[in-house]
Design a protein around this ligand. Structure first.
Ligand code: FAD
Ligand code: NAD
Length: 460
């Protein structure tokens, strides 16, 4: 049994825990999947590379509106796919190689299971090997789940893990789910020429967002895709070439390929958490305190397996804090989850941070809101945009922003000053008139939204 100063289970965000503070110490990284985890291999990075290609196709298709005639001659799916993974796969391989052959780390490429406090057994081709750690970090992430009705039917389906590697584009794709992944892949595949049908159990897509954004996005979604709102799949059949979904209103969806995008669960199954003395929350996450400590002495957790958020910037933040805390027991730094932003890279793009209007009202703030159309500011006007907007939620008592919700071009970039204002407590009026805004940049839509809030504004 080999002992390490640090044992990390999961090579996604966990891989970044090996800071220079561990130089000269012994670190083990246990990984049973693709090295580098979800974001790099099957998450943020490849999806956004596909989104970029989709944006290019959309721009070509819509260009005549601006007097630029063009035709989309072809979409070379395999070339798009191979360019993307031709760049990603070597990064994963190099990361693995560095941990296998690099300094002060030992990579255990197999499944890790706790067999006791800070004791992990790893399933390796040559047999199980047990290692122990002075400290252990659980960074096992999450995995896609599918509804029982689909699992029971035996119908073949894809998840985000496999859909990006398919060999050819289907003519028709059915997507079950109406959240982040459904919205992003609907954009990618429809832009590349696939007919997309979405089965959404709610009355809107992206229901977790501010009502105004979810409603406006859904209105645009139904114009681009066949969206079956408020429908449940009750029956599924088919094979690798054709799928048929029966819905609860008696209608059917026929497609050549099925993508299931119905959420992700923390990966704790088979981890042996009981043997480790690690407790979980009611919704199945590893329970951690504000510093990333689990209920077991010397065992930490971060990222999707324990976090309230399944977002890479949150996993990265938690990894930075845990990395610090591992080596600074007398100066622990808590996670900061006050203002976690997120983006949906669909068409249109969405970005959001802070409270929705409803949440702000429920929490008793003196709520004022402003919805500012992109088209009423110079850059949006130049684009002849009629659907994009910024919605701000603020508190009349403090003059502070409470939330920002944006749907439109570059929303994930336009929102950044609002994230900064929320985080550092900058009052909306100071933000609007206490700095220059580049004219006539897209961000002026945020400036105008701030000026439109019913708050005492700067006189000049
Ligand atoms: C399609 C998709 C798109 C996304 N896009 C974005 C985005 O644009 N922006 C964003 O912020 N977030 C995005 N996310 C979410 C983001 O990818 C995750 O929040 C993030 O990757 C979680 O990191 P992690 O380190 O917690 O887990 P992971 O990166 O999943 O790492 C966990 C690792 O642990 C390994 N593992 C699990 N169990 C064991 C075990 N018992 N033994 C050994 N190894 C084990 C797994 O194989 C995996 O490699 C996306 C997710 C998906 C699926
Ligand atoms: N741009 C990004 O930051 C990004 C992109 C992709 C994924 N992610 C992360 O990955 C996570 C998983 O993405 P996701 O889209 O799978 O989850 P999600 O929670 O965003 O959406 C899940 C969808 O599936 C539906 N659903 C759930 N169970 C169902 C069932 N049994 N039958 C029918 N519909 C059902 C929900 O109503 C919802 O519409 C997200 O929560 C997000 O944090 C982030």
């Amino acid at each position: 049994m080999t002992h390490y100063d640090l044992v990390i289970i999961g090579s996604g965000s966990g891989n970044s825990l090996v800071t220079p503070a561990f130089d000269g110490k012994k670190v083990a990284i246990v990984e049973d999947g693709i090295f580098g985890g979800t974001c790099l291999n099957v998450g943020c990075i490849p999806t956004k590379m596909f989104v970029y290609a989709a944006e290019v196709a959309t721009t070509v298709r819509d260009s005549d509106r601006y007097g630029v005639d063009s035709t989309l001659d072809d979409v070379r799916w395999r070339d798009i796919r191979d360019r993307i993974f031709g760049r990603i796969d070597p990064i994963s391989d190099a990361g693995k190689d560095y941990r296998v052959n690099g300094p002060n780390t030992t990579a255990y490429l197999g499944r890790g299971t706790f067999t006791g406090p800070r004791e992990v057994s790893v399933d390796l081709p040559g047999g199980a090997e047990t290692i122990t750690g002075t400290q252990v970090v659980i960074a096992t992430g999450s995995h896609a789940v599918a509804p029982d009705v689909i699992l029971r039917s035996g119908v073949p389906f894809h998840t985000s893990d496999t859909i990006m590697r398919i060999d050819r584009l289907p003519r028709r794709m059915a997507i079950v789910g109406a959240g982040f992944i459904a919205s992003e892949f609907a954009h990618v595949f429809s832009s590349l020429g696939v007919e997309v049908t979405i089965v959404a159990r709610g009355d809107r897509m992206l229901r977790h967002l501010d009502d105004e954004i979810a409603t406006a996005f859904t209105e645009l979604a139904v114009k681009q895709w066949d969206v079956r709102l408020g429908r449940h799949v009750v029956q599924a059949s088919g094979d690798a070439t054709q799928v048929r979904l029966g819905l609860d209103d008696g209608t059917e969806v026929e497609a050549d390929l099925l993508l299931v995008a119905t959420g992700r669960e923390p990966s704790t199954l088979g981890l042996g958490l009981e043997a480790a003395g690690v407790a979980t929350t009611d919704d199945g996450r590893v329970r951690v305190d504000a510093y990333g400590r689990t209920t077991a002495e010397g065992v930490w957790a971060l990222g999707d397996v324990s976090s309230d958020f399944q977002l890479k910037h949150v996993a990265n933040h938690e990894a930075r804090r845990v990395a610090y805390n591992l080596t600074h027991p007398d100066d622990l730094r808590p996670f900061d989850h006050r203002f976690v932003p997120s983006g949906v890279f669909s068409h249109p793009q969405i970005a959001t941070v802070g409270l929705t209007e409803q949440q702000a009202r429920d929490q008793g703030f003196a709520v004022t809101t402003k919805t500012q159309m992109y088209g009423d500011t110079a850059y949006g006007w130049a684009m002849e945009d009629t659907t994009s907007f910024v919605k701000l939620v603020a508190d009349q008592r403090s003059g502070l922003l409470l939330g920002a919700h944006i749907m439109g071009p570059d929303a994930t970039t336009v929102i950044q000053p609002a994230i900064q204002a929320l985080t550092f407590g900058l009052r909306a009026a100071d933000m609007a008139r206490g700095q220059y805004w580049i004219h006539p940049a897209m961000a002026e839509v945020l400036e105008n939204a701030l000026l439109g809030l019913d708050l005492p504004q700067h006189p000049v």
